[in-house]
Ligand binder design. Sequence first.
Ligand SMILES: Cc1cc2nc3c(=O)[nH]c(=O)nc-3n(C[C@H](O)[C@H](O)[C@H](O)COP(=O)(O)OP(=O)(O)OC[C@H]3O[C@@H](n4cnc5c(N)ncnc54)[C@H](O)[C@@H]3O)c2cc1C
Length: 412
Amino acid sequence: MAPWGEQTTAVVIGAGHAGLAASHFLSAWSIDHVVLERGDVANSWRRERWDSLRLLTPNWQSRLPGAGYDGPDPDGYMTAGEVIELIERFAKASRAPVRTGVNVTSLRRADGGYRVATSDGDIGCRAVVIASGACNRPTVPSAADAVPETVAQLTPFGYRNPAQLPEGGVLVVGASATGVQLAAEIRRSGRPVTLSVGEHVRLPRAYRGRDVLWWMDRSGVWDQRHDELDDLTRARKLPSPQLVGTPERMTLDLNALAGLGVELVGRLQMVRDGRALFSGGLKNVFSLADLKMNRLLDTFDEWAATRGGDEEVAPPERFAPTRVPESPRWQLDLTRGEIRSIVWATGFRPDYGWLDVPVLDAKGQLRHEGGVVDSPGLYALGLPVLRRRKSTFICGIEDDAREVIDHLARAL
Ligand SMILES: Cc1cc2nc3c(=O)[nH]c(=O)nc-3n(C[C@H](O)[C@H](O)[C@H](O)COP(=O)(O)OP(=O)(O)OC[C@H]3O[C@@H](n4cnc5c(N)ncnc54)[C@H](O)[C@@H]3O)c2cc1C
């Protein structure tokens, strides 16, 4: 027995879908392992999502290794509760050796392998798969520190529903999937909403009669590999697309939000003397997003034309450009009571506070090549464009986990 107690071959950190997929393939290789989870299986879907959240990916894409969607509504979008059930079912079916309520407090090199310190004792192992999530903490810009105390501030982790917000105006900062979804929901609750928009990814919900993610999947765009992309660093930083999963399959772009009465302003630059200051140039930001969307639609059209299935889908279409507000405000006085709360929808980041192996770059991101971390026997799953564009999505885990665990097994 090792001096620190329990020994196993591999430790997986995190029992979200990524950690469970790792476990599935480790079992297929008959590699003994444990999955350590600080909360419950699917913890982030239980604790870190707002009430109305539905997946923006359709049900047929909610597939995990060996488990495709077989319910009655393949084109619908799961609620967070349904995602928890999906992940729990997968954990049971794959008999994943999950230990819940076990927090990993430190991971360090030891004896040619790793020593994992946990709230329940230490474990020695030869390999570790970090599947602790890419979105453990909301990213909040430093401007938040200068917001007057009279304005309530929330992140998507604290936000549950509009009733929680004080009456009055709300500034939502960030126009990726989270920002547009929260702005729409809060606006519908009757509150005036201002949305601060920086670089964003515009997508229609449906294109040529099919869900836009059907196109991403079938055309091969989502399968583009990390080592084939021109600018991997940029691809990894792309904001999530402006999409929402609703029974009506609505498109939730900036035109739709403006139609709901959401006021659009530029990217938040700073908060000074109680005023939020926004950059100009909305026109350019909108044109760029429109241009990129149209390029993507061109790619879909080319794919449909060349593979010869053009007749299975509706004819090509293009969407109205994003309408630029006539004179967007460039500042908002936060001391006057017009804005009573700010929701920071400015992205998420991983938390590696427990990682005592020197594998983080200057920006705090893991140094890895397709999930093979820069330390022997250390692997990662579930990070943006880990091996493919679809890596952080549920449907992306099977291919990534298979390849990463193949590498781990061969290295052992
Ligand atoms: C708001 C939001 C909406 C999303 N919508 C979609 C969608 O529509 N479709 C889609 O396909 N994807 C979506 N995603 C992306 C992705 O599916 C989720 O982020 C998913 O939760 C990632 O799974 P994961 O297993 O990589 O990480 P997580 O689900 O975050 O799991 C990581 C697990 O590790 C545990 N953990 C972390 N640190 C420790 C530690 N030190 N010790 C022990 N355990 C630890 C956590 O408790 C957690 O359970 C969304 C993400 C977000 C944030």
